[in-house]
Design a protein around this ligand. Structure first.
Ligand code: IPE
Ligand code: IPE
Ligand code: MG
Length: 254
């Protein structure tokens, strides 16, 4: 499909430019089947593949996936270890295919906490795919919304301390410009699978006007059809950004 065709399709279907997902429910999916939790995480990787492919086909620009939160270190050491291993294997196994499919990979979060092998795989994958022009796939790993805002504010405080920034000049734009996904469009649609209706410290700043969608479907069961239902829900919503419904209707007619 050409870029132009994709633009037309997005317009027709009212597709989001940026979708972010809390991939939740892997553990329960496994437990329901009498399996170990890690089996659920493995099955979850298959879902990632499906949703990445579908996003590429639809011409969605950015897909951000929450893979590991800054709070997930609180899990049993064995599960954390297995998750890290799975992350390395998935990354090394999938990166060539992502590259072939013109996907640009970005990892956001405090990755300095990961072991050096994993950090290296991340840097290599990002470097290999940096110039790709298709879907931007953002993986949030050891990410927390509060961490993101904190590191942005710390960077600004350093400029103030160095005398290059006046506190009065700290604006929303300047904070935004220091956040992890600063150069990407803000998320239009947030999806959380697994039935919980909470943000769990995901993209706090960036979600201020994002449409929220929650589903009971567990992440390993979330397929293309379930994704379509979420996209259809988004397409039916009127985003007002503080305006009245009438104002928005006039703007869209103009
Ligand atoms: C989400 O699934 C994956 C990660 C947090 C890494 P969970 O592991 O949280 O699954 P549930 O919520 O226990 O079912
Ligand atoms: C959120 O899921 C983090 C990821 C999916 C990576 P959790 O399962 O950790 O969230 P809580 O603890 O139920 O809020
Ligand atoms: Mg969970």
């Amino acid at each position: 499909m050409s870029n132009n065709d994709q633009d037309i399709q997005r317009y027709r279907l009212n597709l989001p430019r940026h979708v972010c997902i809390i991939m939740d429910g892997n553990g329960r999916w496994a437990e329901q089947r009498g399996k170990l939790r890690i089996a659920g995480h493995r099955a979850g990787v298959e879902t990632v593949r499906t949703i990445v492919e579908a996003s590429g086909e639809y011409g969605i620009e950015v897909l951000t996936l929450f893979a590991f939160s800054s709070e997930n270190w609180r899990r049993p050491a064995q599960e954390v270890g297995m998750l890290m291993e799975l992350f390395v294997t998935a990354l090394t196994r999938e990166v060539r295919k992502l590259h072939r499919n013109n996907v640009r990979l970005r990892v956001i979060g405090d990755i300095g906490a990961f072991d050096t092998k994993l950090q290296q795989s991340i840097h290599e994958a990002e470097a290999l795919t940096r110039d790709n022009t298709g879907l931007t796939l953002v993986i949030a790993a050891n990410y927390g919304g509060r961490w993101d805002v904190t590191q942005a504010v710390r960077a600004l405080a350093q400029e103030v301390a160095a005398g290059t920034l006046n506190p009065a000049d700290i604006t929303e734009e300047r904070i935004q410009a220091r956040l992890c996904v600063r150069e990407l469009p803000e998320p239009d649609l947030f999806i959380r699978t697994g039935g919980e209706q909470r943000i769990s410290n995901f993209l706090l700043w960036q979600l201020s006007y994002t449409e929220l969608y929650f589903t009971d479907v567990l992440w390993p069961d979330f397929d293309k059809q379930a994704f379509d239902v979420a996209l259809q829900s988004f397409a039916q919503r009127q985003r007002r950004f503080g305006r009245t419904g009438n104002q928005v209707e006039q703007l869209t007619r103009a």
